[in-house]
Ligand binder design. Structure first.
Ligand code: AP5
Length: 217
């Protein structure tokens, strides 16, 4: 039976950072909705151009478009054993759609690790983030600096700062998360799927807590 994990947490909580480690350890495909939109934008597809009009303001891309993109991604053969979802679902309507589509794929959500981080730490994390252009590896100028400034330790490609990591956009992303995404905490708690992880700890400690939660699931 395929296994699906949903990483939940505010912007900058460390979802992408942890997803890279866990996906490798469990041999799971990392499906990041933000990365899929950014890849579409890089290729200048219609979807990428549409998504950019929302992403640049820190707003959510409409549910129907996002759900269709995730359905297409999860239908591909590499997801036959499941996936680690990062950034999706982000609204109760997306969570309902996910439950429905996973039933079709003969699976369901197995666990929702929720990385909790207070708002005051998020701005510093996002404004100091550097992302690798080729594979989305993530660094932080203070908490996880690359060995050579501007160069990814893992694949040598250029590091850049995301357009939506400017402080005004970050503030709106945090507001949008509180209004539209945080209801998913209760949604998954009620389903007994939520594993709350303290995201204020070091990257290594968060990974250890996450792995412990996954082992129990
Ligand atoms: P998306 O790309 O998903 O961004 P996000 O959810 O805002 O999450 P981030 O990637 O910003 O943060 P993260 O939690 O992955 O943190 P990271 O590991 O990088 O979405 C972007 C946009 O796309 C959205 O605003 C929306 O417009 C659109 N979109 C995407 N999905 C959508 C959906 N489902 N529906 C509608 N629209 C959608 O870490 C952050 C920094 O902190 C890094 O520098 C890292 O090194 C550092 N760090 C990580 N962990 C720690 C730690 N424990 N201690 C210290 N530093 C740490």
């Amino acid at each position: 039976m395929p296994r699906y994990y949903v990483l939940l947490g505010p912007p900058g909580a460390g979802k992408g950072t942890q997803a890279k480690v866990i996906a490798e350890k469990y041999d799971l495909v990392h499906v990041s909705s933000g990365d899929l939109f950014r890849d579409n934008l890089k290729r200048q597809t219609e979807l990428g151009q549409l998504a950019q009009t929302y992403m640049s303001k820190g707003e959510l891309v409409p549910d129907d478009v996002t759900i269709a993109m995730i359905r297409e991604r999860l239908s591909r053969p590499d997801c036959v054993n499941g996936a680690l979802l990062d950034g999706f679902p982000r609204t109760p309507a997306q969570a309902d759609a996910l439950a429905k589509m996973l039933t079709e794929f003969k699976g369901g959500v197995n666990l929702v690790p929720y990385i909790s981080v207070p708002e005051n730490l998020l701005v510093e994390r996002l404004c100091g983030r550097w992302t690798c252009r080729s594979n989305g590896h993530v660094f932080h100028e203070k908490y996880n600096p690359p060995q050579i400034a501007g160069v990814c330790d893992l694949d040598g490609s250029e590091l850049y700062q995301r357009d939506d990591d400017k402080s005004e956009t970050v503030m709106n992303r945090i507001k949008v998360y509180a209004a539209q995404t945080s209801p998913l905490i209760e949604y998954y708690r009620k389903l007994n799927l939520l594993a709350e992880i303290d995201g204020t700890k070091s990257i290594e400690d968060v990974t250890a807590a996450m792995l412990a939660a996954l082992e129990k699931a």
